[in-house]
Design a protein around this ligand. Structure first.
Ligand code: BF8
Ligand code: SF4
Length: 673
């Protein structure tokens, strides 16, 4: 555990409640959302907010991670400190049960992200073979750059040949059978991290292999050593990173690398005059095809009396559409059902991940058509429209026509609008960020950021990521912590539902800089704005939206570049991450690779880990000694902010000391942490 300035800061969380007001159904701070929730209650429609309250109090054994259901002799609970009740039927102790479950959560996350990446890799290889007419290489410059990064020689090769090689390299990272590095990981980390992963034996051999390995190693009668299990989990977390890097890179190649874009967010983006289609899920393969189809079929919507077709995004596919096409954002994960309360959603199209299976029931309370599109995610009550890449455009057009048809059946009596929306400036891929920094230093754009940190203008960088978890009020912790860090001059980037929370609340725009940035951050952003005069119609936002959850690798790539620029490894870079409302297995996987990469990672919802002091200590303390990164579990926003700031200050201070010593004794920069 790093020695923070405040010695009272331990690795245990403060006494803040684990569930805020457990009986209160109105578990959010967003006015539009509260309006929609009230409307749901008026209509007698049950939502996630009611279901959360109905689950209280949740099982204490499960909460601590000491309930095991891995074999059918179970479920077993650790009921006593000693004697027969202190072990599962097979003899597994608390630390084994806790570690096994955490490792399996990571495997679930890695499987989700990687499957998303695999889908893109298959599509890219089919595009390269000339077998898919509806997709193409949209960003050949990124393709060439990516090929170079992966060590492929682009000379003399046309784009399709190169695309085939890149796709093959990606697919190889999933399923190769040798001990060679996974290239999408290996080409994006520091040399020192590579050594660290080798020394600690957590370098993934292939994505699929690591997921299988963890499942095999955590079955009944297998690995009982919690340290070994957690390290296998970390190896799988790095496989998760690999799959995410594949997803982000290949999405950029196929759909374009995001550039700054101005849009809007919150329930007010639904337009009663237009055919509204809510698009929910993760993979841009479906959502961006719908964007094109909607443009094409506008006249058909006008023919039925609508003024146009209004696509709105939910969750990460919403982020993908916002980043690349400026599509408006309606909701993040906990308010996905509330979008329907407007009564103006004519169709909801979903693909994979984070989709509540209650949605079809709610669609049935309105005229809303609901389509599932992926064979691994069918939901009873929704119409399954098998989305086939070979007929992608036609499939997308079919769903849009169904929405146009549904528009005609809209029940005007049930329309209730919640007219709150905020301006959003998004589209900050790493390339886009470097475009901004490059206006000051075209040679080494990242130096603009590291110099500002070394000069004390800003305190460091914080990545906000992750979900909603209704153990606290929806979005409240995201907003509370980010405002505190902004006030303290931290450069802020965000992804996933965290970015969604900020978008809805109006923090992703220039007005928020005025309202919340501390003097140092304000001056830094002003300097960037002046250097980019004329290029940014809406100015710079308080927080830079870097994309969907898989795009957390964009933020990690930034951190790696900062490390290389500073001449140190990641654990010395003033860079922290926070998932104030982590919920999904994917969030556990991301947080875990964040720690292995060397980041302090705050999580505001306690994972099922407290049943073992040993595993808790491994993740919050020992991890810091081994990897330089560690988890900070804290439910109180103020305390969490202080811990994140302390972690940044500590790193900046240490970096400064090492720089001073380097100059004083004319030596190389000290590499330890
Ligand atoms: O992948 S932040 S609730 S939508 S898991 Fe899901 Fe969490 Fe949202 Fe995107 Ni990420
Ligand atoms: Fe119980 Fe062991 Fe089976 Fe888990 S693996 S359910 S602890 S018998």
């Amino acid at each position: 555990m790093p020695r923070f300035r405040d010695t009272q800061m331990g690795s245990k969380p403060s006494g803040a409640p684990r569930v805020v007001e457990p009986k209160n159904v109105v578990r959010m701070v967003d006015e539009a959302g509260i309006g929609a929730l009230n409307r749901a209650r008026e209509l007698g429609i049950c939502t996630v907010f009611d279901r959360f309250v109905a689950q209280q109090p949740q099982c204490g054994f499960g909460y601590k991670g000491i309930c095991c259901r891995i074999c059918i002799a179970g479920p077993c609970r650790i009921k006593a400190g000693d004697g027969p009740g202190s072990r599962g039927i097979c003899g597994a102790t608390a630390y084994t049960i806790v570690a096994r479950y955490i490792a399996r959560l990571i495997a679930g996350g890695a499987a989700s992200h990687s499957d998303h990446g695999r889908h893109l890799a298959y599509v890219l290889s089919k595009v390269a073979a000339g077998n898919l007419a509806d997709y193409q290489v949209t960003d050949p410059a990124k393709l060439v750059w990516l090929a170079g990064r992966l060590g492929l020689d682009p000379t003399g090769k046309d784009h399709l040949t190169l695309a085939a090689e890149v796709a093959r390299t990606a697919l190889n990272d999933f399923s190769k059978h040798d001990e060679e590095p996974c290239l999408f990981l290996d080409s994006t980390i520091t040399a020192a991290r590579r050594r660290k992963f080798d020394q600690t034996n957590i370098y993934p051999r292939a994505i699929d292999r690591e997921v299988v390995n963890v499942l095999a190693g955590t079955t009944m009668g297998m690995d009982a050593d919690p340290v070994n299990i957690i390290f296998q989990g970390l190896r799988t977390a790095l496989a998760d990173y690999t799959g995410m890097q594949i997803s982000t890179d290949l999405s950029d190649v196929l759909f374009g690398t995001p550039q700054p874009v101005v849009s809007e967010a919150n329930l007010g983006v639904l337009d009663p005059q237009q055919v509204n289609i809510a698009v929910h899920g993760h993979n841009p393969l479906v959502s961006l095809m719908l964007v094109e189809a909607a443009r094409k079929l506008k006249t058909e919507a006008v023919a039925v009396g609508a003024s146009g077709i209004n696509l709105v995004g939910i969750c990460c596919t919403g982020n993908e559409m916002l980043m690349r096409a400026g599509v408006k954002m309606a909701a993040n994960v906990a308010s996905q059902e509330l979008v329907l309360m407007t009564g103006v959603v004519d169709a909801m199209v979903v693909d994979v991940q984070c989709i509540m299976s209650s949605l079809p029931v709610i669609c049935n309370c309105f005229h809303t058509k609901m389509f599932t599109t992926n064979w691994v995610a069918k939901i009873p009550g929704a119409e399954h429209m098998a989305f086939n890449e070979a007929t992608a455009q036609a499939d997308a057009e079919h769903m849009i026509r169904e929405a146009i048809h549904a528009f005609k059946n809209r029940d005007r009596e049930k329309v209730t609008l919640f007219e709150i929306k905020n301006q959003v400036v998004a589209g900050f891929s790493l390339e886009a960020l470097y475009g901004l920094f490059g206006a000051i230093d075209p040679e080494t754009p990242v130096k603009v950021l590291t110099d500002a940190i070394l000069a004390g203008k800003i305190k460091g960088v914080c990545l906000f990521a992750g979900c909603n978890n209704l153990k606290s009020f929806q979005d409240a912790s995201h907003l509370g912590i980010v405002k505190e860090l902004a006030k303290n001059d931290v450069f802020l980037v965000a992804t996933g539902c965290s970015a969604g929370a900020f978008a809805k609340a109006g923090l992703l725009n220039a007005a928020a800089v005025e309202a919340y940035a501390g003097p140092g951050l304000k001056a830094f952003l002003k300097e960037l704005e002046i250097a980019n005069q004329g290029k940014l119609e809406a100015g710079l936002p308080l927080i830079f939206h870097m994309g969907s959850c898989v795009d957390n690798v964009r933020a990690m790539n930034l951190c790696t570049d900062m490390a290389n620029q500073l001449g140190v490894d990641v654990p010395k870079v003033p860079f922290v991450a926070s998932a104030p409302e982590a919920m999904h297995e994917k969030a556990v996987a991301i947080g875990s690779w964040g720690v292995a990469m060397g980041l302090p990672v705050h999580v505001g919802a306690m994972p099922p880990i407290e049943g073992s002091e040993l595993v808790y200590g491994l993740t919050t303390q020992i991890a810091a000694d081994v990897f330089g990164g560690h988890f900070i579990f804290e439910m109180d926003d103020q305390v969490a902010s202080e811990k994140l700031l302390a972690a940044l200050e500590y790193r900046t201070w240490k970096l400064g000391v090492h720089h001073q010593m380097k100059e004083k004794y004319a030596t190389a920069l000290y590499q330890g942490y």
